[in-house]
Design a protein around this ligand. Sequence first.
Ligand code: 3YE
Length: 205
Amino acid sequence: KKRVGVLISGSGTNLQALIDHTLDPLKGSLAEIAIVISNKEGVEGLKRAERAGIPTKVISHKAFPTREEFDTEVMKALDLMNVEIVCLAGFMRILSPSFVTHFRGRLINVHPALLPSFKGADAHKQAIEAGVRYTGCTVHFVEVEVDAGAIITQEAVPVEIGDTIEVLQERVKTYEHQAYPRALELLARDKVRLDTTNGKAVWNL
Ligand code: 3YE
């Protein structure tokens, strides 16, 4: 099985979806979560990992003088666990070029919008303000430029009249929980890879 590291910053509902998927014998997953790393202590996502018997580590970005030094510590922890695939799951840090380069093609993120629309940390606010009737979620390869990497999977989600950011966020999350395990499986099974010469996804279905 491919060893996966998951990076989190909070409640870890996407982590839970990845745990449930990879631990379900009926799914026959080719991925196994080897470690969960959080940049914040005490978050619910760490408890989710512990309940599933998955090793955890807290690496607080506040303990490091620079972004690069924090990222290097995370990189070392992942390499020590022989992690082959890294999933960002509600991890709220921009990763430095050296980290992205180290894991390029093996590093994926879920973003709560239909990229390339509504990049950044307030995607639902942007979607509501734009008045779109559909938003969604995207699992993509991580590149140095945030939310710009090649797309692996997307799900479209309706925006209902009167939606608040919170209500829309909850609806989109249920789709993220479907899309993220599917994307991880595509990568773990080498059904998709990143062509690092041009940054495009290559499909072998
Ligand atoms: N890093 C790169 N490329 C990507 N990180 C994420 C995706 C992604 C990535 O595609 N290179 C919000 C970041 C946006 C932000 O400005 N964060 C602050 C810290 C805020 C905090 O600690 O609460 C920062 O300085 O990084 C994952 C999603 C990033 C979300």
